[in-house]
Design a protein around this ligand. Sequence first.
Ligand code: CU
Length: 410
Amino acid sequence: MSQFKALVSNIAVLLILSLSSVLILAHNGEDHSLPKPNLPAENNLPSKYFHFKPTRIRRYYIQAEKVEWNYGPYGKDMFMGMDFSADNRPSNTTIGLKYLKAKYIEYTDKTFSTKKAQAPHLGIVGPIIRAEVGEQIRILFKNALEFPAGIHPHGVHYDKQSEGAAYVDNDKDMSFATPGSGDAVAAGATFEYIFNVPDRAGPLDNSPLSSIPWMYHSHALDEPAETQAGLIGFIVITRKGFARKNGSPKDVDREFFVMPKIFDEQTSFFLDQNIQKYLNASGQLTEAQYKAFKAGGLTASNQKDSINGYMSVNNIGGFDMCQGERVRWYVGTIGNVDLHPVHWHGNVGLEDGIRLVDTVFVGPGIARALDMDVDNPGNWLFHCHIDNHHMDGMVDIFKVYHKHSDFCKK
Ligand SMILES: [Cu+2]
């Protein structure tokens, strides 16, 4: 009998519990209103730097363009001295090494007719945007792509018009991209970005570094699709009084830029076009095959572990320097799980002016400087120290010529 009582009371407790949860649910269900956004429009007025008086204006003319990119222009894995792996060879189920990508390209003026020379080692990386502290950067950006794009800078100062990023940032219009701004520059359109370079964008007073790097990238309607397509670059801000005419620091012999990145071609804006161009050139794909490729059938072979868009030591002749020189490496990336400890053989350097290292760790959005007083001649490897990344292609060679070599006498 007592067991029966216990059962009844247990059932009663269960009933009360379930009834109360139904009541709680009913109560929660009554409130259908979303939390009110609190994004006062006056917050989007220009800040104190609006009255920033620049010592000089540096103008850039940068166009985003579609290019056919080759991750391995030498056609061989120059790290292992053999053919590229099957994932990187074209077949009817793999695209190979050539892809349609997007690239920021610098021109000499607003007619966008004459390209400016770019250091060959930069590869897919966009033009270096340079300024000295106190100056202002003005970029006339032209979007020659078929999708909206832009330039979102890190580190420098900008107002809402020049932020170059689309999101709901204003109660008033509640639009994703503010019309007329640089949030998302439409296909074929131009926009002038204005970036101020106050003290906060440059090296600290007590830092041994005369210049520091920041990233820039497209951040318009689909940031991953735009950056995986290739719209990424570096900004370098030089200490006041330390810049050459072209903006590079006077106290450094050479500068190199390193962007370790797994380009995810599955996420790129050009996925569809790449399937059509490289796997369906003669219309051979069935609808089912095409759908399978779109759904992820290419995912493994579409991950390109690269440095500046080159895999397995294919950026040949890019990283040349002389024994005895002061070399500044800038390392940075943008991406997904792009966590890369980049390791140099044979030489060490001062990381961000703080400590001597031979490995610099970066993640998406992070840019660091490594000052190397190059003392050890040789053809040296540098690579991501994560095993899979390194073995899948995130490796290159830098050449330190002997100080008495012909290369260094020039
Ligand atoms: Cu890595």
